[in-house]
Design a binder for this molecule. Structure first.
Ligand code: AMP
Length: 421
């Protein structure tokens, strides 16, 4: 099918041609006609499947130049807001619409200036609500309201903000809710924001001819050594390493640098400017290895990622799908390697069963144990790369002070790990 067959406004069609969009993806082919017809739509499909254009193309069609703010897209993170706004600008380049991003961590003034001329707003709920409360944003002409990555916005605690934001909008606007998965916790939001919505779900799947998945076992103490071994062996073009906490993300990036692997951490604890710089450097290939938390990378469209390393396994299957979906995009091949220590097995088993992934075991031989600096003062000589007393060695029992961890599957110092976000 071609975009022409979807009866899209000619100037939007011409913008799509300019950026090389010829055929709609599945979610686009299914949702664009419904949105054009004025239905509320709930659209679920995996990350990277073209959801932005699925709502973005009809949204741009419905928006008129010079008639004030007519569309509001809420998204969970600043990075995703920027990315979505860029896509919408591309779709509307011939129409000349002004798209303003609204997110926290930066000044109000430039956003305020943009709000005065914008037709489309893309932003995170917190800052959008701030502008509304300051009287900076008039939503009475909104025609289309989009909740993008709605599941993640709920997880991040935005439900109340979204309720408040919606109060200022006309009753008869069109509501579109997009997400990567459809957990039960979305039910309230679906009821609250959509009326007689058309439910479109495309199957979450990976193209197993393009994405090869592997796992290998490692005890917790040799995991970092295994990671270095794998990164050096695979020599990736661009790699993302996923961790479950900010602290771990920083620690792994730092230790990779100690091993002469040029890695940079990205997570929600960094300043906006720093996160953008890391992403740009990664986009441009200046940095080859990014160590990330789940949310920091969610929905982001980074091309040519050849390898995903799961340093540990997320609790939910959706985050796992989202992680491995960073590679094998746009017809490129990719490889995802999951590293499992004892505490990862339950989640991993559940995820593999849920998605019926084909994941092959990697056997690692002759793993060289490396020092690992935890950044704690009493780290001892191994932290400074000096004589190693037992990091990864069988005899040490592992933990600091020589205390052997009990049979618990929870790491002894897990209480010190901050939550993901
Ligand atoms: P998204 O899932 O919206 O983040 O889109 C993933 C990537 O696919 C982005 O780089 C889009 O620009 C691209 N894309 C989306 N739809 C199409 C299409 N119909 N043809 C070509 N590329 C597309």
């Amino acid at each position: 099918m071609k975009f022409e067959e979807l009866n899209i406004e000619s100037c939007v069609l011409s913008s799509l041609k300019n950026i090389g969009f010829e055929e709609p993806t599945q979610i686009q082919a299914e949702t664009i006609p419904l949105i054009k017809d004025g239905h509320d739509v709930i659209g679920q499909s995996q990350t990277g499947s073209g959801k932005t254009a699925a709502f973005g193309i009809p949204l741009v069609e419905k928006t008129e130049k010079g008639s004030g703010i007519q569309a509001l897209v809420l998204s969970p993170t600043r990075e995703l807001s920027i990315q979505t706004a860029k896509e919408l600008e591309k779709f509307s380049s011939k129409k000349g619409l002004f798209v303003q991003t609204i997110y926290g961590g930066v000044g109000f003034e430039p956003q305020l200036r943009g709000l005065k001329k914008a037709e489309i707003i893309v932003g995170t709920p917190g800052r959008v609500l701030d502008h509304i409360r300051r009287g900076n944003m008039d939503l009475k002409n909104i025609k289309v309201f989009v909740l993008d990555e709605a599941d993640k916005m709920i997880d991040m605690g935005f439900a109340e903000d979204i309720d408040d934001i919606e109060k200022g909008m006309p009753e008869d606007k069109q509501n579109l809710l997009f997400c990567a998965t459809m957990p039960e916790r979305l039910d309230r939001m679906k009821r609250r924001f959509t009326k007689n919505a058309k439910d479109i779900r495309t199957k979450i799947k990976v193209d197993e001819s393009m994405l090869k998945q592997f796992y290998c076992n490692a005890d917790r103490k040799s995991k970092f050594s295994l990671l270095v071994h794998l990164v050096k062996q695979e020599n990736p073009e661009l790699a993302m390493i996923f961790c479950n906490s900010r602290r771990e993300t920083d620690m792994i990036a730092k230790n990779l640098k100690n091993q002469n692997i040029d890695a940079v951490a990205i997570h929600g604890g960094l300043t906006q400017a720093r996160r953008e710089r890391v992403l740009n450097d990664f986009h441009e290939g200046k940095v080859k290895v990014v160590v990330a938390t789940d949310v920091a990378s969610r929905g982001l469209d980074i091309k040519n990622v050849s390898h995903i390393f799961n340093y540990n396994i997320p609790k939910d299957a959706e985050s796992f799908a989202n992680r491995i979906g960073r590679t094998a995009r746009a017809g490129e091949e990719g490889k995802a390697i999951s590293m499992l220590s004892r505490e990862d097995h339950d989640s991993f088993r559940r995820i593999v069963n849920e998605f019926s992934y084909d994941i092959k075991k990697l056997e690692i031989e002759n793993l060289k144990m490396l020092p690992f600096d935890t950044g704690r003062r009493n780290d001892g000589p191994r932290g400074r790369g000096g004589p190693r007393r037992g990091f990864g060695s069988r005899s040490s029992g592992g933990s600091r002070g020589g205390r052997r961890r009990s049979g618990s599957s929870v790491p002894r110092d897990s209480s010190k790990f901050k939550p993901k976000w």
